[in-house]
Design a protein around this ligand. Sequence first.
Ligand SMILES: C[S@@+](CC[C@H](N)C(=O)[O-])C[C@H]1O[C@@H](n2cnc3c(N)ncnc32)[C@H](O)[C@@H]1O
Length: 229
Amino acid sequence: MAKKKLQHFAEVETFSNVFQHMQHGPELEDLPLKGKWNEEYFKNNNPIVLEVGCGKGEYTIGLAERFPEKNFIGADLKGARIWRGSKTAIENNMKNVAFLRVRIEQIEKMFAKGEISEIWITFPDPQPQEKREKKRLTSPRFIAKYKNILTPEGKINLKTDSEFFYNYTMEVIKQSNYKLLESTNNLYDHARTMAYSDELESLLNIKTYYEQKFTAKGFNICYAKFEIS
Ligand SMILES: C[S@@+](CC[C@H](N)C(=O)[O-])C[C@H]1O[C@@H](n2cnc3c(N)ncnc32)[C@H](O)[C@@H]1O
């Protein structure tokens, strides 16, 4: 492993805004903060928004800057990526941000039922091979887990450069009769006739590492927001 990556790995262990809960197997115990994030970490009663597969955490940080009255948690299994977001949050003294180094498969060990008010899935690995369907972060397997941590009116947002992944998610929404609130397969279509609300416009303008990479290559960005209750 590169020296810098190793340094980031070691440093992230010392950060007070990062929680790592990674051992393998179904025996993984609940994270001690499960059900107590607001009481013991954020020390307020604000809604908690979770980003799954947050990478370097640009979305978590961008949302936390725009919405100081909400709490934000970025989750990813890669410690060296999480380092970037958590370092920025520490440098900017952001009290409404935390990062979790976990497998999303075990997300129910991290949060109690109804503890999360909204989920963001930003530029997930599309996993196009049929046999990897269950690894897709909007597959029924993951949605069932999100249902167990979201509030009844909780929302899921997806931003992706992959038309394949977007269409797959639309099919999951349709099959399960979930309530589709917003959807477009070309978010930045300048010729669009539909105006977005100021809030949506400001949210969608946060660009992650992967979004910048794919828009530079000319990919359209797709966006969907839906409810699973
Ligand atoms: C393509 S990257 C996108 C990162 C970031 N959201 C962005 O837009 O720049 C996908 C991220 O999802 C994470 N990821 C994929 N499957 C995961 C899982 N099952 N549990 C935790 N993280 C996962 C990967 O480690 C990776 O950082």
